[in-house]
Design a protein around this ligand. Structure first.
Ligand code: FAD
Ligand code: NAG
Ligand code: NAG
Length: 508
């Protein structure tokens, strides 16, 4: 189901890609910046490098600091002869920036294999999708009335407003805070969404507690490892993640990051940034200029460089990064309040014990590939799914549960040996990635950190407190690139404008 607004947004995509530059080059009085640093090479940092190049042109030097693997929370592990995603894995069909990236970079999307879903309550499968769509439909209808259809419409009405951001960004508009950006998309309604729980918002709109427990909770658990008490905005992002048409990048999602780095002609510096300070130097013209000194530690020891603009593209939170900011007034903390939620991704190459799921089906007949879970004490896991490699070779068929296959378990804690032995009849290898995955979402909402930490120092991951997803980082990346550009050239007319939706309506 695609509504008129969504369709218009899609049509709009046509000239989104025609290379039309934002209408911002009118008042280029100041010289362009000489050098920009980006801290972190996840999708946020690499997309920022891409948009910074687009905004500031070919001359500026862009350095991207990354001590780990390019991709950050987009990561793969090799099991046997194939690679598998351990972090961010699926992308929504209306995530236009991600779509634009793969088109621009010439990377195909991964071949899609059909999948079948079930819901596990810790004892048995309370719902199992059948091959017979019509049977499912009546089963659902019997239990949940029109809850499903209404939920689709509910999510879609939010998505319609969400899509407005693409138009604003195409016209070069940017926002100084997450709240202002959300307000531009969906008005006060969107601010209410981040300030109440998904449960409250859906109950308020007439969804039943049973529906929320049975259907909504399993989705928030698989996508954010948390209950329906997450904020309603990230909740709706999560529910959109249960739409059809989800896709992934052929060869692994992190390929987008390496591609964007290459495309942006930025230099990757394999080092960890330890501190950033502000330095004032007299300039040739007599007035003084300020620079940011970025201190970093790499394999060849520590060093520092000066930059005109710095973009922080990693969460400034406990356990995620540890950057000291010195010489700033007011001070900038190394860590903002709020915690990141732990989700452990365990990839098991083995034979599933289907009786663990309380089903009497023989393993050879068990073709469910996605098992979600309800929010119950007896559920030690958030989800269990049969994984396909990041590249689907010709002739590949997903093994059935009676064969050795690669299964991905998301759980709030590492799985014990006993748990693994219960869930699997046998296994050849286990690969565990403990992620500090996404914020621990607890409305009511405190103010999110700002996008602007100082004059020309920006913070991309503030966005994650509305919702954490690849596309959200890409939207934040474009926003900070635009902000950095407009503030450099003092084009205030493109910052924090009110009522854009009405003003731009005539433009479509
Ligand atoms: C298990 C899991 C499942 C997910 N599933 C999905 C999904 O299906 N779909 C979806 O859209 N999203 C999903 N997400 C969320 C998504 O992966 C993230 O929102 C997104 O990848 C964040 O990208 P980022 O670039 O903003 O941050 P990151 O990827 O965290 O990048 C930050 C980078 O900064 C680097 N860094 C940290 N400190 C420093 C320093 N001092 N100096 C230099 N570099 C530093 C880090 O090494 C890291 O590479 C999932 C996340 C997890 C963990
Ligand atoms: C969120 O709610 C709190 C009170 O519960 C209120 O103080 C705050 O202003 C609200 N924030 C937003 C962004 O609406
Ligand atoms: C499979 O799971 C069932 C139910 O949890 C359990 O009783 C049984 O011992 C498990 N099988 C193995 C081989 O561990």
């Amino acid at each position: 189901m695609i509504s008129l607004n969504t369709l218009r947004a899609l049509l709009f995509l046509g000239f989104l890609h025609s290379g039309r530059r934002s209408l911002t080059s009118a008042a280029n009085l100041q010289e362009p910046p000489k050098s920009i640093a980006v801290v972190g090479a996840g999708i946020g940092g690499t997309a920022a490098a891409f948009y910074l190049r687009q905004e500031f042109g070919p001359a500026v030097k862009i350095d991207v600091f990354e001590p780990g693997t390019v991709g950050g929370r987009l990561a793969t592990v090799k099991i046997g002869e194939y690679e598998y995603e351990t972090g961010g894995s699926v992308i929504h069909p209306l995530n236009l920036h991600m779509k634009h990236f793969i088109e621009k970079l010439g990377i195909p999307s991964r071949k899609n294999l059909p999948s079948k879903m079930a819901i596990f309550d810790g004892n048995e499968l309370v719902f199992e999708e059948s091959d017979w769509y019509i049977v499912n439909f009546f089963r659902m209808l019997w239990r949940h009335g029109f809850g499903f259809l209404r939920m689709q419409m509910w999510v879609e009405s939010i998505l319609d407003k969400f899509m407005r951001i693409y138009q604003y960004q195409q016209y070069g508009y940017s926002f100084t805070t997450v709240e202002r950006l959300l307000h531009a998309m969906g008005g006060d309604g969107f601010l209410t969404l981040i300030n109440q729980t998904l449960e409250e918002a859906m109950m308020g709109d007439g969804f039943s507690q049973v529906f929320i427990n049975d259907i909504v909770a399993p989705v928030t658990r698989v996508n954010y490892g948390q209950s329906v008490r997450i904020n309603a905005f990230v909740g709706s992002v999560s529910l959109a993640g249960a739409d059809s048409g989800l896709w992934a990048v052929d060869g692994g999602n992190k390929k987008v990051c390496t591609g964007l780095l290459y495309n942006s002609k930025s230099e990757i510096i394999p080092a960890k940034v330890t501190s950033i300070s502000v330095k004032v130097r007299p300039s040739k013209k007599g007035n003084s200029a300020s620079f940011y000194e970025v201190n970093y530690v790499g394999e060849s020891g520590s060093a520092h460089s000066l930059y005109d603009i710095v973009i922080i593209a990693t969460p400034l939170h406990q356990g995620k990064s540890d950057i000291a900011f010195s010489g700033f007034s007011p001070p900038i903390p190394s860590h903002y309040p709020g915690l990141y939620h732990e989700t452990v991704a365990t990839l098991v190459h083995g034979k599933l014990n289907v009786s663990y799921l309380g089903t009497s089906e023989p393993a050879s007949k068990f073709t469910v590939s996605e098992i979600l879970t309800t929010d119950s004490k007896s559920c030690a896991i958030n989800s269990l799914s049969s994984l396909d490699p990041v590249h689907i070779p010709n002739g590949y068929r997903r093994p059935s549960a009676s064969h050795t296959a690669v299964w991905k378990v998301f759980s709030p804690k590492p799985l014990s040996r006993e748990q693994l032995q219960q869930m699997f009849l046998s296994y050849e290898s286990v690969s565990e990635t403990p992620w500090l995955a996404y914020p621990s979402y607890r409305p009511p909402h405190r103010n999110t950190p700002p996008f602007i930490l100082h004059d020309r120092l920006y913070y991309l991951n503030a966005m994650e407190w509305a919702a954490s997803a690849m596309e959200m980082s890409a939207i934040a990346a474009r926003n900070v690139a635009l902000l950095a550009h407009h503030r450099w050239h003092e084009q205030v007319g493109k910052i924090d404008q009110e009522d854009l939706h009405t003003r731009l309506r005539g433009e479509l």
